[in-house]
Design a protein around this ligand. Sequence first.
Ligand code: APR
Length: 255
Amino acid sequence: MTRDVALQLDEQIRTIRRLLHEASSVTILTGAGVSAESGIPTFRDAQTGLWAKYDPRELATPQAFARDPALVTRWYDERRRKCADCKPNPGHLALARLQDEFEAAGKGFTLITQNVDRLHQRAGSWNPLELHGTLWVWRCTTCGEEREERQIPFSAHPPRCGCGGMRRPGVVWFGETLPESVLAAAWQAAESCGLFMSLGTSSVVEPAASLGRVAAAGGAKTVEINPEATPLSSGVDVSVRGTTGSLLPMILSQD
Ligand code: APR
């Protein structure tokens, strides 16, 4: 890192600290990048081993589950195993601490995540809005009952509900709509916050990608952290190139 880049980063960190200090409410949107430093493979990472020949964008669909529920469930078993082996990283832990600090100070805090791994909750965040659902809750395709499913691997593929129906993962598949109440709460939190932070997301998958623009239109200050530029970068007040696992602890430290 050159001296100029280091100075710019230092200035950006100080600006974000000030914005956090001044804001009476913050809304944070996280994406796969926040879990990258925990080792969670994203959809865009190459599939390995047995699964290399499958396209995840075709497996994560209602059509694939209807065609071959056993195959889709085995693929999710593999993803659940990988997630269970991973731990929250310093970025997740810093966000949990930030929530504690905001709430202790009586300030508004909303965490919105596109991640299905529940690492935020394992780090101590509570009540995040899970825009894309989670790998850990499975829903009966017949009666709709939802149940937390922690057994890895499942003893049956797919697991069965008490009513005899097949259970499917409680994630939002390609081609499906997001849970209405969760999306409405996320929209409202973006519209009404004083500070919006977009962390580790490519800002290309809608409707999450619009939340930053909604926040800015509502008058919020906006911050992005990502090692790469995204479609949101040019429109935010502060766009920092770097990883959330290293930058968030620096931003939230007291020095
Ligand atoms: N820290 C911060 N950002 C990172 C890091 C890191 N350590 N590593 C990678 N990134 C950034 C990448 O530069 C990229 O912009 O994280 C982003 C990850 O992008 P995506 O894989 O597109 O993840 P996301 O934006 O969460 O995708 C949204 O698309 O794959 C579907 O349903 C899936 O929820 C997911 C949705």
